[in-house]
Design a protein around this ligand. Structure first.
Ligand code: AMP
Ligand code: GLY
Length: 421
């Protein structure tokens, strides 16, 4: 089979890495890919959001399957567009990707189908939002409705901060059209957990859980980022907890989407808060998380192509999915300044011999480009160093040992991945 993966970050490298281990795959392509994917796939110079270029390439090269990994092309309807051209594609159609692309759609769905989440109000009128903010409990959470690169969420501790956030989003357009509508919601307390799941429109099967670290600095300080590191499993869940999550959240979400005429086929991301009143949904994403994919996929023992087929064809109930019982940790090496301004084109040294023979670890590339033997930085999140071990502590220690062997100018990474909540 010839498979094209759309996207070019650490998540896409992890997907390409996993697909390369399938006996059913003869050739892999990645659009646009990065300095890591180019070693196992052919990078295609097409933007992940260029629907036409992706379609033309898939038709010209007789691609058997296109895996659409990032949120933007999913929200734009790349899967619908490819299917209309007769190309087999993996990922939710635009109507189902709204679960991520519109927070108000997701919140209204949860309310309608009694799926536990934070209490909320939606506003399109700034005066009404400000009046509400004047009386609500603090802290309060203010979210831009649309996609904002994971940065459209403000947790306001004071009324002044809350008012500023509403004004920034609704009148000053800090998040562009994503902030025309906002959701104001109750602040939830508890550890966070990510559960990714495969879905075929009717059946949903959860993956091993994971835990992301979204803040830029140690001790969960600094700005929100796409994710600075992750571990899997993310928590020691009892069977009872897993059953409750499935019955109260995972299956009802998939049933709700089907009932709404938008069956969800693909990977669904449940961002959960484990509150004292039980698990509640903080957010849905319509795709693999990044960096979560970099710890979850290395623990998947089943052939990913078989699972993808079953998700597209609606036969996931008959598909066995086997997980390793090991632990994984990924630490992201980022460009200094990320998620704000940062410099690129820094040469990365130490990559070639960073993983010693017998060390169970993988270096996933995110913002890198390869030029002959040289690899240099080209983005905010540069590398994801994933290590596997029989227990969590060993996996964390191993990831940091490998990091010590890699360097580039102004490199920044968190030193407490897996060690704080
Ligand atoms: P989101 O983009 O919705 O995942 O939000 C980003 C981060 O903000 C989450 O990972 C949480 O840490 C935090 N957050 C979002 N919503 C809430 C909430 N209702 N209560 C507490 N923290 C929240
Ligand atoms: N790591 C969070 C996300 O992918 O949305």
């Amino acid at each position: 089979m010839k498979i094209l993966v759309v996207g070019g970050g650490g998540r896409e490298h992890a997907i390409v890495w996993k697909l390369a281990r399938s006996s059913r795959v003869s050739k892999l392509y990645c659009a646009p890919g990065n300095g890591g994917t180019v070693e196992i796939a052919e990078n295609i110079p097409a933007k992940a959001t260029d629907l036409e270029a992706i379609k033309d390439f898939a038709l010209r090269e007789n691609i058997d399957l296109v895996f659409v990994a990032p949120d933007d092309p999913l929200a734009m309807g790349m899967v619908d567009y490819l299917e209309a051209a007769g190309i087999r594609a993996f990922g939710p159609r635009a109507s189902a990707a709204r679960l991520e692309a519109s927070k108000s759609f997701a919140k209204d769905l949860m309310k309608k189908y009694n799926i536990p989440t934070a209490a909320y109000e939606t506003f399109t009128d700034m005066d009404a939002a400000l009046a509400y903010i004047n009386n609500c409990d603090l802290p309060v959470v203010i979210k831009a409705d649309g996609l904002a690169l994971g940065k459209g969420v403000i947790i306001a501790e004071t009324r002044e901060d809350a008012i500023k956030a509403v004004k920034d989003m609704m009148s000053d357009g800090v998040f562009g059209s994503a902030g025309r509508m906002i959701v104001v919601e109750e602040f939830l307390r508890g550890p966070e957990l990510t559960v990714l799941a495969f879905a075929d429109g009717k059946t949903v099967k959860s993956m091993v859980s994971s835990r992301d670290h979204k803040r830029a600095l140690d001790g969960d300080k600094g700005l929100n980022t796409g994710g600075m590191g992750a571990i899997a499993p993310g928590a020691d869940l009892t069977e009872e907890q897993q059953r409750l999550m499935h019955e109260q959240i995972f299956q009802p979400t998939i049933d709700a989407m089907r009932a709404e005429g938008a069956p969800f086929h693909g990977v669904i991301y449940f961002g959960l808060m484990l509150t004292e009143y039980g698990p509640k949904v903080i957010e849905y994403n319509a795709r693999f998380g990044d960096p979560e994919a970099q710890v979850v996929l290395p623990l998947l023992e089943t052939d990913l192509v078989d699972i993808i087929d079953s998700c597209i064809d609606g036969t996931l109930d008959q598909q066995d999915i086997v997980w390793s019982d090991r632990h994984a940790c990924v630490v992201v090496m980022a460009s200094g300044g990320y998620p704000g301004n940062y410099e690129t084109s820094k040469i990365i040294s130490g990559l070639e011999n960073a993983v010693k023979p017998g060390e169970d670890a993988i270096i996933f590339h995110a913002g890198t480009i390869r030029n002959g033997k040289d690899v240099s930085t080209s983005g905010g999140r540069v590398l994801g160093i994933t290590a596997l071990a029989d227990d969590r502590e060993q996996a964390i220690d191993r990831a940091y040992e490998i990091i010590d062997r890699i360097s580039f100018e102004n490199c920044h990474y968190r030193r407490d991945i897996g060690r704080t909540c």
